[in-house]
Design a protein around this ligand. Structure first.
Ligand SMILES: Nc1ncnc2c1ncn2[C@@H]1O[C@H](COP(=O)(O)OP(=O)(O)OP(=O)(O)O)[C@@H](O)[C@H]1O
Length: 271
């Protein structure tokens, strides 16, 4: 399924949080959305999983405006891992994962054998089977995140929308999750803070700044020192993975001994 954000705008408190954003994710491709804090990544994604109504523009799924579908119908195609994926209820991991079937269920029937197998497979894939009977309230941040990804997979979506899916994950689980996404055949739109993970995992990267799209293209096209400096205010050097050629950024820290800005200010009047 192709996902298109077309001239998407969201306004709140008299300003544009997202301004005429155009992003296309071709079927089976992974597009990463990157940008500084507050640049509008989550706001744009919230329109795709329908937690937010765009002020103007549209989100199209294979050419159909999501606004013309019921929430339940879009949930059959689009699963989301969100910043608001609360797990405050005292449910077991098993129960939370099974909730992924909700958009497909008619009435309050128990899961079918096929659905139970689907849950087991997703839990195995996300390495949470050993947690099945635990209350989600007792999980670590990374364990909870993996349970929520398992729940999203159980939804059998064609499109996955992920807001910082590697949050809280240790490096093995980050690599496993992104490797899985690459081989999944799903259409994926994901916000990522880690530009190197984005370069390794995404077919294309969309860079946001102050709600607008700065540029979009392959990691090699997008991740260059000029852009990183302009958008993030950071100096970086681009190196290439010796085997895959994937661009990776090495960040230049301030030289040792350089006072942090707060220290510099504090010292100001005395020096
Ligand atoms: N309901 C709202 N009313 C007013 N401003 C809002 C609202 N929701 C978000 N914002 C503002 O919109 C901007 C974009 O927020 P958003 O969460 O989309 O950024 P982000 O790129 O996901 O940031 P981060 O990297 O910090 O997660 C921020 O300045 C935020 O404070």
């Amino acid at each position: 399924m192709t996902l298109v954000l077309r001239e998407l705008s969201v306004e709140a408190a008299g300003r544009a949080l997202v301004d005429r954003l155009n992003i296309e994710v071709e079927a089976g491709r992974i597009v990463g959305v990157v940008g500084p804090n507050g640049s509008g990544k989550s706001t744009a994604l919230r329109c795709v999983y329908r937690a937010l109504k765009p002020t103007s523009g549209a989100v199209l799924l294979d050419g159909t405006d999501l606004a013309s579908l019921t929430l339940r119908d879009s949930a059959r195609s689009i699963a989301a891992l969100t910043q608001e994926s609360h797990t405050e209820l005292d449910f077991t991991v098993d129960e939370v994962v099974a909730l992924g079937r909700a958009p497909h269920a008619s009435g309050n029937h128990p899961l079918t054998a096929r659905e139970r197998a689907l849950c087991r497979e997703a839990m195995d894939r996300l390495d949470v089977t050993h947690l099945a009977d635990r209350s989600v309230l007792t999980l670590s941040g990374g364990e909870r995140q993996r349970v929520l990804v398992a729940r999203a997979l159980v939804q059998e979506p064609r499109v996955l929308v992920l807001d910082e899916p590697t949050n809280h994950l240790d490096i093995r689980h980050q690599v496993e999750l992104l490797s899985f996404l690459r081989g999944s055949g799903l259409t994926v739109l994901t916000a990522l803070h880690d530009l190197n993970l984005a370069a390794a995992a995404c077919d294309s990267i969309a860079v946001l700044s102050s709600g607008s799209l700065v540029t979009t293209g392959s990691p090699a096209q997008v991740l260059n020192p000029e852009l990183i400096r302009k958008v993030f205010g950071v100096d970086a050097t681009v190196v290439h993975h010796p085997r895959t050629g994937t661009p990776q950024l090495v960040y230049d820290l301030a030289p040792t001994g350089t006072p942090a800005p707060a220290d510099a200010l504090a010292e100001g009047p005395h020096s």
